[in-house]
Design a binder for this molecule. Sequence first.
Ligand SMILES: [Zn+2]
Length: 238
Amino acid sequence: MKTYVIAGVHGDEVFGLKIIGAIDRSSNQNITTVVGHAEAIAKKRRFIESDLNRSFELKSHTIESRIAKSISDNLRNNLHDYIIDIHTSRSNVKSVAIVAKLNDTTIYLAHMLETDAIVIMPPQLTSTSLIGCQPEKSISLEYGAGQRSDKLAIKTAEVIMSLGDIQEIKHDLPIYAVISRIPKDYEGLSGIKNLEYDVTLNGYPFLAGVDTYPDFGGFLAKKLNKNTSDNNIVYNGE
Ligand SMILES: [Zn+2]
């Protein structure tokens, strides 16, 4: 299997570099490792001109839209079975798989990588993000606050190197779908519990907190019922 692993798409999220470093040290021929945004990493900034993970397929001329174009060209020209994009968050999630498409491949990846949950992002957000380039085989791994250890990085690298053929997985991962954003001025942000039902918001906060995003408080998701087909997801947000 050919796997593409990218870290540091956001320059202030360097944990993934440990994972790709561990993969590189093993000289595995089947894995392509990529540093997403070297300049932003060097400057310890999330981005320089525009958020790289919102710059795919955009006709703008920022540094990030140029990087996004070279990443998506690379993905198009070199076929991979799996695409893994590693992020970190200051929110109190442990590890979550973010997907644009829920299918056997993305569920297999989320399960193998020992995530706690799968969160589906709406097309409005993924159309300009990395996982939106080839949604049927891509996941973003989002590691929450405190999930930065060398041990976790080495373990994750080992799992990535051991990925095999897709198997239909019997899993009990909870699955959520993002339905809106939580405003930055929402009073409950401090101490908010991610992926736990919030009565006031009538939904499940995701990547929410006082300092998780500069311009909004985080996302709000609903929990999907695996046993029904009635999982209409409508996204009401920017
Ligand atoms: Zn990120």
